[in-house]
Ligand binder design. Sequence first.
Ligand SMILES: [Zn+2]
Ligand SMILES: [Zn+2]
Length: 167
Amino acid sequence: MTVPIPAVDQLRSFAASAEDLASAVLSAYESFRNTSDQDGDPNSVRMQAFRLPHAAGEILQAAEDLRVAANYVDGIPQFATNPCEFPWGVCPEHGASLVSSGGCTWCRTCRRAWNYPRLALPCREAARWLLTDQAGDTRHVCDGHATAARAQLIGAHVVPLPDREDV
Ligand SMILES: [Zn+2]
Ligand SMILES: [Zn+2]
């Protein structure tokens, strides 16, 4: 069982609604323009309508932002049933080798990339190891965090979790 990330479809439907609204605003603008052709006082009609294309553009920009937001949320993997207990991400293979910039993340060692700020989000990988630190505190951790702990945590002790699925 995984915990679903909410709202991706909802964000996409917001974007579609915004695009519909932008089309409606542009149609309204067209009717203003057509009216002005037949109207005795076209300037006053244009005065009413000149903001509409700008408004439609703003709405389309909002739709684009919503689609980017939806893609972004979609790119984040769901939590494993037994997620690692570290509140930041690592490379699943190389541990603490990630760099983030502009909302994206990549591993300095294998160049694998993620299109979300993996370092800033809780680790979502399956926990497969029991980590005991120097102070005796324990956490369930993933392969990447086990690698990072072995490399970085002095006095850390890492053993396989007894109930991990592949043992
Ligand atoms: Zn890597
Ligand atoms: Zn982890």
